[in-house]
Ligand binder design. Structure first.
Ligand code: PLP
Length: 439
């Protein structure tokens, strides 16, 4: 079993995170419970940032807050000197509540609304990552109305899609995001942006995929972008200040995964950008990246109480926990794999193979298939590792299950940063049949 960050087994033989016994955490805050190892988040953030500093490359490391957005997490990102990528009014609002420096906020999204754009303009955010022609027009119009100029990055799809070990080159990128680099749309967007008195085209953005374990895809993307940038310099006298190469750096969910360290991704990316800038005799742009999962993914552990058991003779044994797809939809959504141990006796020899089911009313509500475990009782706690990214942020109230609380642990101290939802919270927005609110 691979333990991340400060996770270890303590003198009582229990799982400990951030210097705190997970059994104590479960007793104090209940289950299910998301536990975040703050020291590990800091280490990851510093890993990315230090590498740019060491190589003396002007950069921004923007935390992709879609991975896990709460006020405390955004405050932590601020403490670590990160920038912030937001994708909605809600993520932006969270950032503003956390008093995140607005000039370091980058606004993403393929369908930003008028209200969202106005909210971001009023907050004076750092830049908009413009995704399509509709947004290009809308943003310029809303800027004109307010008489403010917005910085933009033009999001391009370079014709490369990368996931874990694979990358595929696609001719015409079939994606809802961005302007295609090959078919001329990106160039049209650039010209339109340059022409607008309300927009300042700071640079180019691309994001090639997620859970990527090698640097080939980033390198190919950089090469394709530089080819175009050289052309645009010659034809339109355009020189980008910023090149944002997105996020997607992989993490170790199970021992089948072999991610690189943050510094390894960054070093290779920088080396390629320098090479390309030399080849085309271009000024080196500022490099921005936007990691989400690789900052918070392996820092999160979910604690569950074990409940019912169903044995299907000669087929499999199901063990149900007190959460499921309502707090972690990734296994149901895209067959994501996780590892887990019993938090109260992680060292005990496995005696059987069980499949971990959630408590939601869906057959697909499974968290882990075929997990070796000791024989369990309902006194046991299951700790599922690497649930820090896209767990809480994708949590939902299916079956009206309240969302679990989030606790940050660091140096032997636990801080509750999101309260457990109550049944009252669940009906907070409901109105009775004879409501006085009529249209
Ligand atoms: N940037 C963009 C544009 C994305 O779409 C995503 C994820 O979907 C990210 C960054 C963060 O990706 P990851 O969490 O895999 O690092």
């Amino acid at each position: 079993m691979y333990f991340h960050g400060t996770t270890k087994i303590n003198e009582k033989g229990h799982l400990e995170i951030g210097g705190i016994d997970t059994i104590d955490l479960a007793q104090q805050f209940g289950t299910p419970l998301y536990v975040y190892d703050v020291e590990l988040i800091r280490k990851r953030a510093r890993g990315f940032k230090k590498t740019f500093d060491k190589l003396n490359v002007p950069a921004q490391v923007a935390y992709a807050s879609k991975a896990f957005s709460t006020v405390a997490m955004v405050q932590l990102a601020k403490e670590e000197g990160l920038s912030l990528d937001v994708v909605s009014g809600g993520e932006l609002y969270t950032a503003l509540c956390a008093e995140f420096p607005p000039e370091k906020i980058h606004f993403h999204g393929n369908n930003k609304s008028v209200e969202e754009i106005n909210m971001a303009l009023d907050a004076n955010i750092g830049c908009f990552v413009v995704d399509n022609f509709y947004e290009l027009d809308l943003l310029a119009e809303l800027c004109a109305a307010k008489k403010v100029k917005a910085n933009i990055l033009i999001r391009v799809t370079p014709g490369i899609e990368a996931h874990t070990h694979d990358y595929i080159l696609t001719g015409q990128e079939d994606s809802k995001f961005g302007f295609d680099l090959q078919n001329g749309q990106a160039e049209t967007a650039l010209k339109q942006g340059m022409k607008s008195e309300w927009l300042n085209v700071l640079g180019i953005h691309c994001h090639i995929g997620s859970q990527i374990f090698e640097t080939t895809g980033f390198i190919l993307a950089a090469q394709k972008i530089f080819e175009k940038l050289a052309q645009w310099r010659d034809e339109h006298q355009y020189n980008p200040q910023v090149l944002n190469l997105g996020g997607g750096f992989g993490i170790r969910y199970t021992n089948e995964d072999e991610p690189l360290e943050p510094h390894q991704y960054v070093e290779k990316i920088i080396a390629e950008v320098k090479t390309q800038a030399d080849i085309f005799k271009m000024t080196m742009p500022e490099i921005w990246i936007e990691p989400g999962r690789s900052l918070v993914g392996d820092a999160g552990t979910t604690l569950y109480k074990i409940g019912s058991r169903k044995e299907v003779p000669n087929v499999r044994n199901y063990l149900a926990v007190d959460g499921g797809m309502s707090d972690n939809i990734r296994p149901s959504l895209y067959q994501a794999k996780y590892e887990a141990v019993l938090a109260n006796r992680p060292l005990e020899q496995a005696e059987e193979t069980v499949s971990i089911a959630g408590k939601c009313c869906e057959s697909g509500d499974m968290l882990i298939w075929d997990l070796p475990l000791p024989k369990t009782t309902n006194q046991d706690l299951l700790a599922v590792f690497c649930t820090g990214a896209y767990g809480y942020s994708m949590a939902n109230n299916y079956n009206r299950i309240p969302r679990p609380p989030v606790v940050f642990v660091e140096n032997g101290e636990a801080t509750l940063v999101v309260k457990r939802e109550s049944y009252q919270d669940l009906v907070r927005l409901d109105l009775p049949l004879n409501s006085s609110v009529k249209i």
